[in-house]
Write a protein that binds this ligand. Structure first.
Ligand SMILES: [Zn+2]
Length: 201
């Protein structure tokens, strides 16, 4: 029979924080990671258990007015904040051996280009960078999004520009970017606004 773990009291938590993270919480996410290796956190106002974001937000520096520097939370204040929000118990002493060979599900975020929907990366900066070059970005005024573009899928026709004053087929090189003759192939999706093409969906 397993005994119910008793709730951790404030002096115990404060001393543990002081010994582990020091007098002040320098990094709220690192501290939450360390806390989660030793304790279980059950939210008092919801059913959430061991939510690292929630724990880290209890440890965030005290708000100050710019340009005052952030004041890191003391271990004592951190213990108070945590105990206001959570019922905290110690993990069983043999926790590491109990869970060591269980697969752990992880949820990851990726970012997708809204234009082509093909380019995805974990790093949003790479997607932002791609979007400036994506042929499906209407702001680039490229053949791929132009109503005058004929793709090469028809067996008797080569890829070409069908605009009357566009380049002849032997001069045409795909893709033309920032084309003055460009007109959207999807007028229902995009609307011209202040000289720019904006996404409407
Ligand atoms: Zn794209």
């Amino acid at each position: 029979m397993t005994a119910m773990p008793t709730n951790v009291a404030e002096p115990e938590l404060r001393d543990w924080l002081t010994a582990t993270t020091g007098e002040h919480i320098a990094n709220d996410y690192d501290a939450a990671t360390q806390l989660l290796a030793t304790f279980d956190f059950k939210a008092k106002d919801s059913s959430s258990l061991n939510n690292q974001h929630q724990i880290a937000s209890c440890l965030a520096p005290a708000p100050t007015t710019w340009p005052e520097p952030f004041i890191p939370l003391s271990a004592e204040a951190a213990a108070q904040h945590l105990l206001e929000a959570f019922r905290i118990t110690r993990k069983p002493a043999n926790y590491a051996t109990i869970f060591v060979d269980l697969p752990t599900p992880v949820i990851v975020s990726r970012h997708q280009c809204p234009f082509c929907r093909r380019f995805t990366r974990a790093d949003v900066r790479q997607v932002n960078d791609h979007m400036t070059r994506c042929w499906q970005n209407p702001g680039l005024r490229c053949c791929k999004t132009c109503i005058h573009h004929q793709d090469g899928s028809h067996p008797e026709d080569d890829e070409s520009c069908t605009h009357p004053t566009g380049p002849e087929w032997e001069e045409y090189r795909f893709p033309v970017l920032h084309c003055p003759l460009w007109e959207t192939a999807h007028p229902e999706t995009f609307v011209a606004q202040e000289g720019e093409i904006k996404e409407r969906r």
